[in-house]
Design a protein. Structure first.
Length: 274
């Protein structure tokens, strides 16, 4: 049976930020050339370059899959209002997902679960029809109970999870089982791959059980975005440019999504090495 998952694939343009002011244009061009249907960008980019991004999305027939923002778990009401005001530009471009990464308050060793839940709930209350998805990192997947579940339990139902399967993999989590447990609280996915705990260049080249994850997503009737994250460490052996790795990642996901042989890999437009 063919998966029910919508064909909604997007790369995150974070790595392209290192390319200077033209990163939005280059990232959109690379995404379109690599066969994606959308892109995910940092929320701050919309404040400075919203019009430019909107033009490029239309020219390349791309959707704004999601916006991303990082906050501390002791963020103030002023910060919530600032996020809400910047989401206006994302909403105008058709974005309906805000992925939120939370970091500990300055000097704290880890996030405070109740404070984190308050931040997420407060933002969700302010931005209405744009879904707030919390993006946990490796530490939030460890423990019993995990901070992941404690934050979710304390958050409003409007708060979902942006599941970064790469961080979950590095925390030795059974990702397909977690997908099943999250159910309707799963709002979006960040997809990156690792081998032996180290990031690899492209999705499909590491230990990520893509086929099992897709089956779990299908069983959960997931219809959100899968956003490929290309962001490396010093230990990552980088031999290809971002466009080539975006293409390889898309092809790996296509194989997992459809069960079909990989199509001939098309040439991606040039991009600077990560």
């Amino acid at each position: 049976m063919m998966p029910r998952i919508a064909w909604r694939l997007s790369p995150q343009l974070y790595a392209w930020r290192l390319r200077g002011e033209s990163y939005l244009v280059r990232g959109c061009d690379d995404a379109a050339a690599a066969g994606y249907t959308g892109v995910e960008v940092d929320l701050s980019a919309l404040a400075a370059h919203g019009a430019l991004l909107g033009d490029r999305l239309r020219e390349r027939s791309l959707s704004l899959a999601a916006a991303f923002v990082s906050l501390r778990d002791d963020a103030s009401s002023t910060a919530f209002d600032d996020v809400a005001s910047r989401v206006v530009a994302a909403r105008a471009l058709g974005c309906r997902v805000l992925n939120v990464a939370l970091h500990p308050a300055r000097g704290a060793p880890c996030i405070n679960e109740r404070a984190a839940a308050l931040v997420l709930t407060s933002i969700a209350q302010r931005i209405g029809d744009v879904r707030v998805c919390w993006h946990p990192h490796e530490a939030e997947f460890r423990g019993n109970p995990t901070p992941l579940h404690e934050v979710l339990d304390a958050s409003a139902d409007a708060v979902a999870i942006c599941l970064d399967v790469g961080w979950a993999l590095r925390a030795a989590v059974d990702v397909p089982l977690l997908v099943a447990r999250l159910g309707r609280r799963l709002g979006s996915l960040h997809v990156r791959d690792a081998r032996d705990g180290r990031w690899v260049q492209a999705v499909g080249e590491g230990d990520l059980p893509l086929a099992r994850i897709v089956r779990a997503l299908d069983d959960a009737a997931f219809a959100g975005w899968l956003s490929v994250e290309l962001w490396f460490e010093r230990t990552t052996n980088v031999s290809r440019d971002l466009a080539a790795n975006a293409t390889r990642s898309r092809l790996a996901l296509q194989r997992a999504l459809t069960g079909s042989p990989a199509p001939q890999e098309e040439a991606a437009c040039p991009s600077t090495r990560a």
